[in-house]
Write a protein that binds this ligand. Structure first.
Ligand code: PLP
Ligand code: KYN
Length: 423
C-alpha cells in the first residue's frame, strides 16, 4: 500500500479499520482537555472501560456474600483463575492446561527456575541476551548464586555486533552450539523491551533443545503483541505480565506456560502451596500434595481475585477480536508510523534514527540525534505520551486496540513542530 502523509489519508485508514470501535472501549488520559496520543501500551496498557464492572462484581459479592463468595459468587473465587486459561492459551499458542495465572512476572520466573534451572557441575550455563530487562538480570544472577555458581561464568550473554542495534539470530544459535553440553537453560525476552526486536523464538528453542537444554521465554513485551505458538515450538516454560498489551492494570497478575510434557510429571520439582494441589481434595486439608493436572500445579496461594477481574475483562476483548486481527492492524499501523517518521526525518534533515529492526512487533524505538529530553518533554506537554530510555531513546508503541492512524499523523505534526522549535 502506498502511504500518504495526510490527515485525510490517515482518516481513510481509520474508516476501514476493523478495530475502530474498540477505541471507545478504553479510557484515555487527557492533556489540555483532549485525549492523548498514547504510545506507552508497551509499558502500561490503557484501562478498558469494562474492567470496572468486573471489579465491581467482586466487591459486591464480597459485600453481600463475604466468605460464601469463595464458592457461591456468580463467578466463584476459588476457581476464578481457571476462567482465564482458555482465552490466554489462544493468545500464546498453548493448550489450555498449559496456562495458568498467578503472582507477578519476576516472581513467576523465579518459581519456574525452581523447576527448569537445575544446574549440575557439568551443565550449569544460562544464555540470555545482553542488557536484558534489569529485573531479568537480577533474577538470573540471584538464581545462579543461589545454586552456588558464579554469574560471570554461568551467565553467557549474546551480544549485538559492533555498530548494530539488534541481535542476529545466527549469533544466538552459534552461542547455543558453542556452549553445547554446558548449557542448562536459554532464557531471553521474546520481544526486547529496549529496541522492540522480536527474537526468532522457534529457531532458538529448537537449537537449545537440540543441545539438551531447557528453554524459557520472558514474554512481557510479546504477549498480546506478536504471534506465539509456544506449544508447537516446544518451549519448556514462559511467563509474562498482563499490564502492557494485555491491558489488565498496573502491576497486575502474570501468566505462565508450562509445556504439556511436564504436567503430571513427578520428575519436575516445584515450590508448592495449597492452590496447586488437586481441587477435589484440597479442602480435606490432608498432608499429601497431589498436583493439579494442569499448570495450576504451580499455583501456590489462593489467587487475588480483585486483580484477576480486570485481566478477565481484558481477555474477553481478546476473545472477541482474536490475535490475527490485532496483528494485522498492528503491522499496518507500525508501518504507517514508520512512514510518518521517515517523512519527518527527511523534512528535519536526519534528526533521528529508528533502531528497531524489521523483526518487530508493536514498538519502534527512536534514537534522537542531538535532541534531548526537551523534545520528549515537548511531546508530553503536547499530549503525546511516549517514554524515555537512557541515553537518548524514545519508544513508540501504537497498540492496535486503541491507537488510530490519525493519531500517527497528528503525532508526526507535533514531532515536527517540536524539532523545528528547538532548531
Ligand atoms: C522483559 C521484562 N521483564 C520483567 C519485567 C518486570 O516485571 P514485574 O515487575 O511485573 O516482575 C518487565 C516489566 O516491568 C519486563 O518488561
Ligand atoms: N511495571 C512498571 C512499573 C513502573 C515503571 C515501569 C514499569 C514497566 O513495566 C516498564 C516496562 N517493563 C518497560 O519495558 O519499560
Amino acid at each position: 500500500m502506498e502511504f500518504k502523509n495526510s490527515l485525510v489519508f490517515a482518516q481513510q485508514l481509520d474508516a476501514i479499520d476493523p478495530l475502530r470501535k474498540y477505541r471507545n472501549e478504553f479510557h484515555f488520559p487527557k492533556v489540555k482537555g483532549k485525549d492523548v496520543i498514547y504510545f506507552t501500551g508497551n509499558s502500561l496498557g490503557l484501562q478498558p472501560k469494562r474492567s470496572q464492572k468486573f471489579i465491581d462484581d467482586i466487591m459486591k459479592d464480597w459485600k453481600d456474600l463475604a466468605v460464601e463468595g469463595h464458592f457461591h459468587a456468580e463467578k466463584p473465587w476459588w476457581d476464578y483463575h481457571e476462567r482465564l486459561a482458555a482465552p490466554l492459551a489462544k493468545v500464546v499458542g498453548a493448550k489450555t492446561p498449559e496456562v495458568s495465572v498467578m503472582n507477578t512476572l519476576t516472581v513467576n520466573l523465579h518459581m519456574l527456575m525452581v523447576s527448569f534451572y537445575r544446574p549440575t557441575q557439568k551443565r550449569f550455563k544460562i544464555i540470555c541476551e545482553e542488557k536484558a530487562f534489569p529485573s531479568d538480570q537480577y533474577m538470573l544472577n540471584s538464581q545462579v548464586q543461589f545454586h552456588g555458581f558464579d554469574p560471570d561464568t554461568a551467565i553467557v550473554e549474546v551480544k549485538k555486533r559492533p555498530g548494530e542495534n539488534f541481535w542476529q539470530t545466527q549469533d544466538v544459535l552459534d552461542k547455543i552450539n558453542e556452549v553445547g553440553e554446558e548449557l542448562a537453560l536459554v532464557l531471553i525476552g521474546g520481544v526486547n523491551y529496549y529496541n522492540g526486536q522480536v527474537f526468532n523464538m522457534e529457531a532458538i528453542t529448537r537449537a537449545a533443545k537440540a543441545q539438551g537444554a531447557f528453554v524459557g521465554w520472558d514474554l512481557a513485551h510479546a504477549v498480546g503483541n506478536v504471534g506465539l505458538n509456544l506449544h508447537d515450538w516446544g518451549v519448556d516454560f514462559a511467563a509474562w505480565c498482563s499490564y502492557k498489551y494485555m491491558n489488565s492494570g498496573p502491576g497486575n497478575a502474570s501468566g505462565i506456560f508450562v509445556h504439556q510434557k511436564y504436567l503430571n510429571n513427578n520428575e519436575i520439582p516445584r515450590f508448592e502451596g495449597w492452590w496447586g494441589t488437586r481441587k477435589e481434595t484440597r479442602f480435606l486439608m490432608k498432608p499429601e500434595f497431589e498436583p493439579m493436572e494442569n499448570a495450576d500445579a504451580w499455583q501456590v496461594s489462593n489467587p487475588p481475585v480483585l486483580s484477576l477481574a480486570p485481566y478477565l475483562a481484558s481477555l474477553e476483548m481478546f476473545e472477541e477480536v482474536g490475535m490475527e486481527t490485532l496483528i494485522s492492524k498492528r503491522k499496518l499501523i507500525v508501518a504507517y508510523l514508520e512512514f510518518i517518521l521517515q517523512e519527518i526525518d527527511k523534512e528535519t534533515e536526519g534528526s533521528f534514527e529508528i533502531i528497531t529492526p524489521k523483526d518487530r512487533g508493536c514498538q519502534l524505538s527512536v534514537f534522537l540525534h542531538g535532541q534531548g529530553k526537551e523534545l520528549f518533554n515537548y511531546l508530553m506537554e503536547n499530549g503525546v505520551i511516549t517514554d524515555w530510555r537512557e541515553p537518548n531513546v524514545i519508544r513508540l508503541a501504537p497498540a492496535p486496540f486503541y491507537c488510530s492512524f490519525a493519531d500517527m499523523y497528528n503525532f508526526g505534526q507535533i514531532l515536527k513542530s517540536g524539532i523545528l522549535a528547538k532548531g
